[in-house]
Design a protein around this ligand. Structure first.
Ligand code: FAD
Length: 531
């Protein structure tokens, strides 16, 4: 590894999804911004978002109606203040994107935009760019980011840990920047900043099956926890019911519209199972379908179940689902003749780093925005298309807070110390532990939980934590080691949160506590033990 290097900026943003890029653009006219991202600017869940962004722009819609839909989805756990705050700012948020040139699908309605309606929304209020909204948004913003002279983009750079005054032994804590591994040069860079922002996205890779990109390894939650921030509601993980099950199909979603168009879920012997779980059968809400599939897979020891569209005419499938048809055909599955193997997949984390309405965390100078943050908006279950909105609104409020905050001068920051480590001898330790973690999190901390399963997971996490801590102390950091260390800590926090909740609510379902308490409370974990 080469000699370390140091750089400093007014603002360090870690993550280039919608949260990170929109914040960078909002600040760049007045601040020198570093935008650090562990792959390329384009690698993010934001780029993959299909449906759209919820916002109150139609004259027949209202803030109260959107707030009410969000509360209903959130199973009475949404923070009323945060929910109203986000939805009151929804129009400004999407107008900001429109002004930047995002090509949302238009029509000749009063708003000029075609609005769709998704599950849980009582109104048409989803702005979209055909069926690839995230890609349209991110492509537009990325071009602006690349053109802005005040934004330094550092691709293939993965943040290892935050630098705080407390870690340097100072009495008053604040965030001073981060240590970042430049992957191509194999060099840890010290980046100092008056304001540091975690925009690192989700945690899906903690589970065997996920709709998330490879970047979703819980890095923000883990770094914030190690820096002394509270995290909350980590037990609420939204599972998408149908992800393609195939060794070469990573994270490919089979749209819920297929069930809407008559798709039937079957066991390998062809038996339909949804009618015995819910009177609405395949048309039951997302979490009920995911739970039923999980139940059948665990009961029969199955690797997957099947979504059958073979009773629909081939021309209908070609017309309505051309992408799914083509993708499956590439993998040797002709969906006009054979059922599609599917599994539920971890899709969205409702919990995260505790933040206030300015996106500020418990540590001075440290902000968290987007999926890594816990703002209180989603409660126990996310309303579709509210997450991109949350990215935009809290990026705007973080920008506002940063603009008005006084940045204290930075003290000299110590360089990354690797004097006592050597090159890793056996990478198999990392790959084995990674696979083991994702498998047991899927089996024991998935859609349906029990006390026993959570205990089993907790026991295994302790063993992994010990092994990884030893590895981290003795060997040079690498991309995989950084991610695995963060995944294990994230898993620890999910299990701990699930163990604290002695009820079933929203996305958290426990066989030992099947009922909901009369009063809904957040699960807040404190790094120093208090909750
Ligand atoms: C398939 C799919 C479809 C979806 N559809 C919708 C939809 O239609 N509407 C909606 O509202 N929501 C949707 N969601 C959810 C939504 O896309 C995400 O919640 C949102 O994009 C999160 O944005 P973000 O900026 O917080 O994180 P991301 O967009 O995931 O970006 C995180 C960034 O952080 C970087 N990063 C992570 N760790 C580090 C580190 N240690 N160092 C450096 N960089 C790091 C990553 O590389 C990435 O660039 C969907 C999600 C998926 C997976």
């Amino acid at each position: 590894m080469k000699k370390n290097a140091s750089r400093s900026f007014d603002v360090l943003i870690i993550g280039s999804g919608l949260a990170g890029q929109s914040l960078a653009l909002r600040l760049a006219d007045t601040h020198r911004v570093a935008l650090v991202t562990k792959k390329t600017l384009a690698d993010s869940a934001s780029s993959w978002a299909q449906g759209g962004i919820a916002a109150v722009i139609d004259p027949t819609d209202s803030i109260d109606a959107h707030v009410a839909d969000t509360h209903t989805a959130g199973a009475e756990l949404c923070n009323p203040q945060a929910t109203r705050f986000v939805i009151e700012h929804s129009r400004d948020a999407v107008e900001w994107l429109i002004q930047r040139g995002v090509p949302f699908t238009q029509d000749d309605s009063a708003t000029g935009f075609h609005l769709t309606r998704e599950g849980g929304h009582g109104q048409r209020r989803i702005l979209h760019a055909a069926d690839a909204t995230g890609n349209a948004v991110q492509t537009t913003l990325t071009q602006l980011v690349q053109e802005h002279p005040n934004i330094t983009v550092l691709e293939q750079h993965i943040a290892v840990d935050l630098i705080t005054a407390a870690k340097l032994g100072q009495a008053t804590n604040r965030c001073l920047g981060a240590y970042v591994l430049d992957i191509a040069r194999d060099q840890v860079v010290t980046i100092g900043a008056g304001h540091t922002v975690l925009a690192t996205g989700g945690i899906g890779k903690v589970y065997l099956y996920t709709s998330n990109p490879d970047t979703a390894t819980g890095d923000g939650v883990a770094m914030a926890w190690r820096a002394g921030c509270r995290v909350a509601n980590m037990e609420f993980i939204q599972f998408h019911p149908t992800c393609l099950y195939h060794p070469h199909a990573k994270s490919f979603l089979i749209s819920e519209a297929m069930r809407g168009e008559g798709g039937l879920l079957r066991l390998p012997d062809g038996t339909r199972f949804m009618p015995k779980h819910d009177v609405r059968a395949e048309l039951a809400p997302r979490d009920i379908v995911a739970r039923a599939i999980d139940f059948e897979m665990k009961r029969h020891g199955l690797d997957c179940v099947y979504l059958d569209m073979t009773h629909k005419p081939a021309d209908f499938l070609k017309e309505h689902f051309p992408n799914i048809l083509a993708h499956c055909l590439d993998l040797g599955i002709d969906i006009t003749r054979e059922p599609i193997p599917v599994v539920p997949a971890a899709h969205y984390a409702c919990g995260g780093i505790v933040t206030d309405l300015s996106a500020h965390t418990d540590v001075n100078g440290l902000y968290a925005i987007g999926e890594t943050a816990f703002t209180g908006l989603h409660g126990a279950n996310r309303l579709a298309s509210n997450s991109l909105l949350e990215c935009l609104v809290f990026a705007a409020s973080a920008a506002e807070h940063i603009r008005t905050a006084t940045a204290e001068p930075l003290p000299p920051l110590p360089e990354w110390d690797e004097s006592r480590v050597s090159d890793a001898d056996e990478m198999v330790v990392i790959s084995h532990n990674w696979a083991e973690l994702r498998r047991f999190m899927w089996d024991y901390v998935g859609i349906v939980r029990t006390n026993k399963r959570l205990e089993r997971a907790q026991h295994r996490i302790k063993l992994l934590e010990r092994e990884i801590a030893e590895y981290y102390e003795n060997f040079r950091v690498s991309n995989d080691l950084i991610e695995l260390r963060n995944l294990v800590l994230t898993a620890h926090l999910i299990v701990k949160s699930a163990q604290r909740r002695h009820e079933s609510r929203g996305l958290h379902f426990s066989r030992d506590y099947p009922d909901a308490f009369p009063r809904a409370l957040d699960t807040v974990l404190h790094p120093r033990g208090q909750s």
